[in-house]
Ligand binder design. Structure first.
Ligand SMILES: *Cc1c(COP(=O)(O)O)cnc(C)c1O
Ligand SMILES: [Zn+2]
Length: 435
């Protein structure tokens, strides 16, 4: 089937998207359809592609001619209008894959890699991948306002990427969010509204609001497109490992978009002949205070039982994960397990990562690393297995929550006092001094 062109006026991209499909009942929809959810099953629609055409088009353009951003394999992404695509995501993606030798030594792993989305442009989290797709889709539809409901990072991505595209942004936050996270949205020019409800309640009401007033929501009404952006995480990991898919990937999960779509991305790479990826196991990391997906994996359930989140990892505090069952299926299909970790274990992992690799991650990244420890301890990961842990966000955003360590304060600014202070610091004997 030929890929349709949304805007007859615009130049087409190389996208090989063909339409959308309900993952539950299999009903198909045109790519021009603006419903995000199946009218019968209310499941989020999944974008479909012509993979034969994609394989052909991918062969037709060499790697050196492709941009090093999220549009690198645009054949496998859902945006049709080149002018819309060109207005977003040009500087997003292609985050470093770091050989974590010092952290690996702590764990007894010789081939540990960190996929570091904490350095993502423009807003330092994995969310710039998915929101880029939403903004491109919004522009493709000719719409001029963008809303979102956010646990923090989506709001940053929407604020920054909408600003760059010249589109006003409206950010709805649930309660209990780090105040500094919402503040960054205002600094980026977005209009911010904090709601008196948790994420799942906020999400439900934003869905109603969007439908009533016709406001597009990056992660609700544009969700089929948003989700596709997460495949780029998978594409990049495999390419950065020289097209050798690793034995293990450890991913933190909230709503389950990242892990379910990274899974889809790996399948697609295999389908178009770029890499063999079927052996790669996916391990899911969740905080113990919000682990509905991990619980379903561990107990072998056929459905997700929603929970009320209580965790410091606010980015992962989604109690009713929309893509939860897709993640469970991905883990069952590939092999892999789930781990849950306490807030204390999360902070300990954040600190160890900082001290060994010099990377400051937010609690969601700490959840990946703490889970990695449990997986190694339980014998799921072998000493020489190629293993990738995904870090999804930056710790500068959550530094106010970070349990502080002792330091020296109020030392006279004179060399004599400073010589004593340095001695104390060398001995690490700072407990009880200062904060
Ligand atoms: C959104 C987010 C995730 C993963 O979320 P999914 O909904 O599972 O895709 C992980 N870490 C951080 C920091 C995030 O912001
Ligand atoms: Zn359906």
């Amino acid at each position: 089937m030929a890929a349709p062109n949304i805007h007859s006026s615009g130049q087409p991209t190389r996208s090989c998207a063909t339409g959308m499909r309900c993952p539950s009942c299999g009903q198909t929809f045109e790519l021009t359809e603006t419903e995000a959810f199946c009218p019968d099953c209310s499941r989020c629609l999944d974008v479909t592609y012509d993979y034969e055409l994609a394989a052909e088009r991918i062969k037709g353009l060499g790697l050196s001619e492709r941009p090093q951003n999220i549009w690198r394999f645009e054949e496998l992404l859902p945006i049709m209008d080149a002018s819309a695509q060109a207005r977003v995501g040009q500087y997003s993606g292609f985050t470093p894959l770091i050989h974590a030798q010092r952290l690996g030594a702590e764990l007894g792993l010789s081939n540990l890699y960190i996929k570091d989305d904490s350095t993502m442009r423009p807003t330092l989290s994995y969310k710039d991948r998915v929101v880029s797709m939403s903004v491109a889709r919004l522009l493709e539809l000719g719409k001029s306002e963008l809303g979102c409901v956010s646990t923090g990072n989506v709001g940053h991505s929407v604020s920054a990427l909408a600003a760059k595209a010249g589109v006003p942004a409206y950010v709805f936050y649930p309660n209990r969010l780090e105040p500094t996270k919402a503040r960054a949205c205002r600094a980026l020019g977005a209009r911010v509204c904090q709601l008196d409800g948790n994420y799942d309640e906020a999400n439900r009401e934003c869905r109603r609001l969007g439908a009533e007033v016709g406001l597009e929501f990056a992660n609700i009404s544009l969700r089929p497109f948003y989700s596709e952006g997460a495949k780029t995480e998978g594409f990049e990991i495999i390419e950065q490992l020289g097209w050798q898919s690793p034995e293990h990937i450890v991913l933190p999960a909230a709503g389950g978009t990242l892990s379910s779509r990274a899974h889809k991305g790996l399948i697609e790479l295999e389908t178009v002949g770029l890499a063999q990826t079927a052996h790669t196991k996916f391990h899911i990391a969740q905080p113990a205070g919000c682990a509905p997906i991990a619980t379903a994996i561990i107990s072998g359930d056929q459905e997700i039982h929603p929970v009320t989140p209580t965790t410091i990892a606010h980015s992962l505090a989604i109690g009713a994960p929309g893509d939860g069952m897709l993640v469970v299926d991905a883990v069952r299909q590939r092999g892999g397990v789930a781990a849950t970790v306490t807030d204390a274990e999360i902070w300990a992992a954040v600190d160890l990562l900082g001290a060994t690799e010099g990377i400051l991650t937010e609690p969601a990244g700490g959840t990946s690393i703490a889970s990695l420890f449990k997986l190694v301890e339980a014998g799921h990961i072998g000493a020489d297995d190629v293993t990738v842990a995904v870090l999804t966000g930056n710790g500068l955003k959550t530094i106010e929550d970070h349990p502080d360590k002792p330091w020296l304060m109020g030392i006279p600014c004179h060399v004599d006092a400073m010589r004593d202070a340095l001695e104390q610091l060398r001995e690490g004997a700072t407990a009880g001094v200062g904060a």
